[in-house]
Design a protein around this ligand. Structure first.
Ligand code: NAP
Length: 271
């Protein structure tokens, strides 16, 4: 059987992966794919029923262990429960910090409570779970963390300001950790998808019907690119040729230009 996991398969007990936001979208695909790659999985999100259904499918179809850990990661006590579970998990080989959501619209009109929850989930929970996982991984000398970011983190995002800023945080944080972890055997990656067909846009309440088909990726392709990128030690993983091209252009244009372009695109698509 080909080894398709992100780092060399350790001898001994089976590897485990914990995926946040595993009840839908990219997280659910990560969980299924990792189970296929012979990982036992721990599934975290708020929707217990959806997690149970996925766990059952993984057990039945893949024969792997699948544990369900329902938690709202914006609630400190529930986040602490997941941190504790991670810190005590000597088999944790991969943490996928995937749970996240976006808010759209003129910032002055957005609900401040929801903006705060967005920062709690996309930033605080991600940081705390990474902090919980690293000591165990460092002690073992192997393990990986995928922090799911976004192309939105590559430039300021007018009408999507808080979301873009949370993802810019994730990119910077992950790149810094990568340098700290050099030579330890522990890998980190910021996964930066563009538009991906999941529940994300619907939850954010944006109409994407005007977006052309070529702008979209399927979550399976995003997950494949992430795991392949981990194997190659890619720190900022941008899945898809069209997204790579956009990221490359964004990286070389002056900031003043990219933020104006991002504002014009947001207005064009009525965000
Ligand atoms: P999705 O289909 O909406 O899935 C989001 C997941 O996060 C769900 O499992 C949801 O489950 C979970 N979640 C939401 N709030 C939570 C909370 N408070 N506590 C715990 N779990 C919570 O969206 P997705 O596209 O797969 O998003 C996954 C990641 O990809 C996010 O970080 C997003 O920013 C990033 N991303 C997505 C796109 C895109 O176009 N789809 C593009 C770039 C980046 P429950 O509702 O059950 O809690």
């Amino acid at each position: 059987m080909a080894t398709t996991g992100p780092s060399a398969e350790p001898r001994g007990p089976r590897r485990r992966a914990l995926v946040t936001g595993a009840s839908a979208g990219i997280g659910a695909v990560f969980a299924e794919r990792l189970a296929r790659d012979q990982y036992d999985v721990v599934l975290v999100a708020r929707s217990r029923d959806r997690l149970e259904a996925l766990a059952k499918r993984i057990r039945d179809e893949r024969g792997m262990e699948a544990e369900v850990l329902p938690a709202d990661l914006t609630v400190p006590e529930e986040l602490a429960r997941v941190e504790k579970s991670i810190a005590a998990d000597s088999r944790l080989e991969l943490l996928v910090n995937n749970a996240g959501f976006g808010t759209y619209g003129p910032f002055a009109e957005l609900d401040p409570e929801r903006e705060e929850l967005e920062i709690r989930l996309n930033v605080i929970a991600l940081v705390r779970l990474a902090r919980a996982a690293l000591p165990v991984m460092l002690a073992r000398g192997h393990g990986s963390i995928v922090n799911v970011s976004s192309l939105a983190g590559w430039q300021p995002c007018p009408h999507n300001a808080t979301y873009g800023a949370t993802k810019a945080f994730v990119n910077s944080f992950t790149e810094a950790l990568h340098e700290e972890l050099r030579g330890t055997g522990v890998k980190v990656q910021a996964l930066c998808p563009g538009f991906t067909r999941t529940e994300f846009q619907e939850r954010a309440g944006i109409d994407t019907s005007a977006l052309p088909d070529f702008a979209w990726m399927e979550p399976e392709a995003v997950v494949e690119a992430s795991l392949e990128g981990l194997r190659r030690g890619e720190v900022l993983c941008v899945p898809g040729a069209h997204n790579k091209a956009l990221a490359a252009v964004t990286s070389v244009l002056p900031r003043a230009v990219t933020r104006r372009m991002a504002g014009a695109i947001a207005r064009r698509f009525g965000m």
